[in-house]
Design a binder for this molecule. Structure first.
Ligand code: UGA
Length: 434
């Protein structure tokens, strides 16, 4: 089988490399000459565990190649996956589909045989049908079907999520296209991955519904955590006690500083906007967005309180700045709220992140970057754990105490136990626990 993947961003690159690993011939296309030149040199523009090896291996065995143009490969392609960006449009919550539609038109103009056009980018309900219309308009003779195949991969574990997914969702309205999709996902059929096949709109909405539900679950436990603090309960135990109910499930019930990343914030906004437009407003999702935004903004106040009510003239060590571990992605990370707010309150920030410092340095000003966690904490008045990287989970507490001017630790990811930290001599605060 031969496919083209349009877009060498997160979803595009991971999908291209994973399909190549399945034995499909993949050409990954991106408009950015710089990005393609780097990929051709073997440089991977994002940090994702295992991705560089997967790309290298499949480039070497000839299954994966990169190009700035879809034209040479399209004549032989069984399918073209659209995995270009869908950023939030300025001045509203809607996803910007201009890259998706431009890609669809270009595909239509270059088709010379039956091809399945698949949206992998998260696109609002109705986009697949609009792509169909635009393609027919651009090339009335073109033979094609449009499918929706939303991606459910998580940054940091994207390859595992692609290779061993909970399910594959395919929105597809012709048997011919379904046969192509089944052939592409054959290795997953062999491991009995459930396939949910539906019409275009159903598949598109499933993706938004899944992300909005997970964002709601997180926001729910975050509000329970706030209540735990008021009543003397422990959120981790509440979460365990709830999550063991099979109907609820334990995952995505970790209280923290609020969700971030490139997906939940953008997708919840887009879903709420679509729902408004269609006259079926989703008040629950709108509230989740609002509660989460306020939560992220309120985290700096927690740090200030832990520092005795003021951080003016103090140095705060921040451990972790990415929106979650195992990524260098800074999009909508809580650090972008917390660090500027602490600086505004008069603090100097020393920070360390195992992978995110380069990206973060473009977005945050006046941060002193430490060479490691201990280096960032040297001489600081307090330390704040913002991202739960594994290397922060087993810090040498005696060394931390010796490095900090005062042993104040604010753990916004609940990776330490309050009683152990207190026994070790720390003034420790966390989320939803005493
Ligand atoms: C999310 C979904 O989990 C994927 O299934 C989906 O494919 C992806 O969006 C997407 O739409 O492309 P991702 O954004 O990579 O994946 O990261 P998550 O692991 O879901 O975490 C999102 C945010 O929620 C992070 O800020 C994380 O710290 C936070 N979170 C997650 C919590 O605060 N508590 C939890 O229990 C889980």
């Amino acid at each position: 089988m031969k496919i083209i993947v349009l877009g060498a961003g997160y979803v595009g690159l991971v999908s291209a490399a994973c399909f190549a690993e399945f034995g499909v011939h993949v050409v990954c296309v991106d408009q950015s000459e710089e990005k393609i030149a780097a990929l051709l040199r073997g440089e991977i523009p994002i940090f994702e565990p295992g991705l560089d090896d997967l790309v290298k291996r499949n480039v070497q065995n000839g299954n994966l190649s990169f190009s700035t143009s879809m034209v040479p490969a399209i004549k032989e392609a069984d399918a073209v996956f659209i995995a270009v960006g869908t950023p939030t449009r300025r001045g509203g919550g809607h996803a910007d589909l201009s890259y998706v539609y431009a890609a669809a038109k270009e595909i239509a103009q270059n088709l010379s045989r039956y091809t399945v056009v698949v949206t992998k980018s998260t696109v609002p309900v109705g986009t697949g049908r609009e792509i169909m219309r635009l393609m027919r308009e651009a090339n009335p003779k073109a033979e094609f079907d449009v499918c929706s195949n939303p991606e459910f991969l998580r940054e940091g574990s994207a390859i595992g999520d692609f290779m061993r997914p909970d399910r594959v969702v395919i929105g597809c309205e012709s048997e011919r296209a379904a046969a192509v999709m089944r052939a592409l996902y054959r290795p997953l059929y062999l491991i009995e991955t459930p396939m949910v096949v539906a019409n275009l709109e159903t598949a598109e909405l499933t993706k938004y519904a899944a992300n909005a539900f997970l964002a709601t679950k997180i926001t729910f436990i975050n509000e329970i955590a706030d209540l735990c603090e008021k009543v003397g309960a422990d959120v981790q135990t509440v979460s365990k006690g709830m999550g063991l109910d099979g109907r609820i499930g334990r995952k995505f019930l970790h209280a923290g500083p609020g969700y971030g990343g490139s997906c939940f914030p953008k997708d919840t906004l887009a879903l709420a906007s679509t729902a408004q437009d269609k006259g079926a407003p989703m008040r629950l999702v709108e509230t989740v967005i609002d509660v989460n935004d306020r939560r992220k903004k309120s985290m700096a106040a927690r740090v200030i309180e832990a520092c005795g009510g003021s951080v003016a003239g103090k140095t705060i060590a921040v451990l972790g700045v990415t929106f979650k571990p195992n990524t260098d992605d800074m999009r909508d990370s809580v650090s972008l709220d917390v660090i500027p707010a602490l600086q505004k309150a008069g603090a100097t920030i020393r920070a360390y992140d195992p992978e995110g410092a380069k990206e973060a340095a473009k977005l945050l000003n006046d941060v002193v970057w430490g060479k490691g966690a201990y280096d960032a904490m040297r001489g600081a008045d307090a330390a704040v754990i913002l991202t739960e990287w594994n290397e922060f989970r087993a810090l040498d507490l005696e060394e931390v105490k010796a490095l900090l001017k005062t042993p104040v630790l604010v753990d916004l990811r609940n990776i330490y136990k309050p009683e152990e930290m207190r026994a070790a001599g720390f003034t420790y605060s966390s989320i939803g626990r005493r």
